[in-house]
Design a protein around this ligand. Structure first.
Ligand SMILES: [Zn+2]
Length: 275
């Protein structure tokens, strides 16, 4: 027995360094709190629009739907997933005793340009941070939406006092459960370049929204953080893109809407060469 143990010990001392070596050349583990395939973002739900990251004048989402959730001031459009999440949130708010209204949703580059010019005219050429520069507006993504209570839909101007309303407090506490974040936070004005807007919600999906809320991150900070993680993952021998493609198990994951839960008819698989 003693001899057998000695042989086993010898074998182990030989094997272990080899296995350690084998592990060290392996693909690194993905240990960022948000799954890689969510950040890979084939549906572009994490698109960042700000003064440093201007959207092209031609950037226009292809899956805009008409807003049927409660709204004021005419017709609005939002991206399909955003609108579904918003409708679910409005229903939950209603159950909690709050009625929410959409005041503004998708805006084209052209509409934003007009709004910006009008604001400058009103302010004698000064940009006061209330209307985004053309291409810098979160509204152009089709994922940004202004949500108010009824009393505030009747006001001419909006300001941070809205945060004191019960509806704003409810949204700040619960919107992440539906995949939304408050896009322009009060303590992030220096980073976002935009005044505190407790009514402006941005859809990013439930995983990212929960993480951003828990860590009090603006979209700018979150983007910088996960992109730095991807860079270090790749620098350590990983391949973020290949990892995501294999995780999605598709030849081309760009054709798959991994977020879609609205029914089979919305699933579109794209295989190169197929009809
Ligand atoms: Zn807004």
């Amino acid at each position: 027995m003693r001899k057998a143990a000695a042989v086993l010990f010898l074998i182990l001392t030989f094997i272990m360094p080899c296995s350690v070596l084998a592990v060290s050349t392996d693909i690194p583990d993905w240990d960022y709190p948000v799954p890689a395939v969510i950040l890979y973002d084939p549906s572009d739900y994490l698109v960042l629009a700000n003064r440093q990251n201007l959207l092209d004048s031609s950037y226009s989402p292809t899956d805009l739907v008409k807003v049927t959730a409660k709204h004021v001031n005419g017709d609005f459009e939002l991206r399909r997933a955003c609108h579904e999440a918003l409708s679910a949130m409005f229903n939950a708010a209603k159950e909690a005793g709050y009625t929410l209204y959409v005041k503004s949703a998708y805006r084209s580059y052209g509409t934003q340009s007009t709004m910006y010019e009008n604001r400058l005219d009103k302010n004698k050429g000064r940009d006061d941070g209330w209307v985004s520069y053309p291409g810098a507006s979160d509204h152009q993504t089709g994922l940004g939406v202004d949500v108010l209570n009824y009393a505030w839909t009747q006001k001419d101007g909006m300001n941070a006092e809205f945060a004191k309303t019960a509806e704003a407090k409810w949204m700040a506490e619960h919107c992440h459960e539906f995949g939304f974040v408050i896009r322009y936070l009060s303590d992030k004005q220096a980073i976002t370049g935009i005044n505190f807007e407790p009514w402006h919600l941005r859809y990013v999906g439930t995983e990212c929204a929960a993480y951003m809320k828990e860590n009090n991150l603006s979209l700018e900070e979150f983007t910088e953080e996960w992109q730095a993680y991807v860079a270090s993952y790749n620098a350590n021998g990983g391949d973020f893109e290949a990892y995501c493609k294999s995780a999605l198990s598709l030849p081309d994951p760009m054709g798959l809407d991994i977020y879609d839960n609205s029914g089979d008819e919305e699933m579109s698989f794209f295989f190169p060469g197929a009809n």
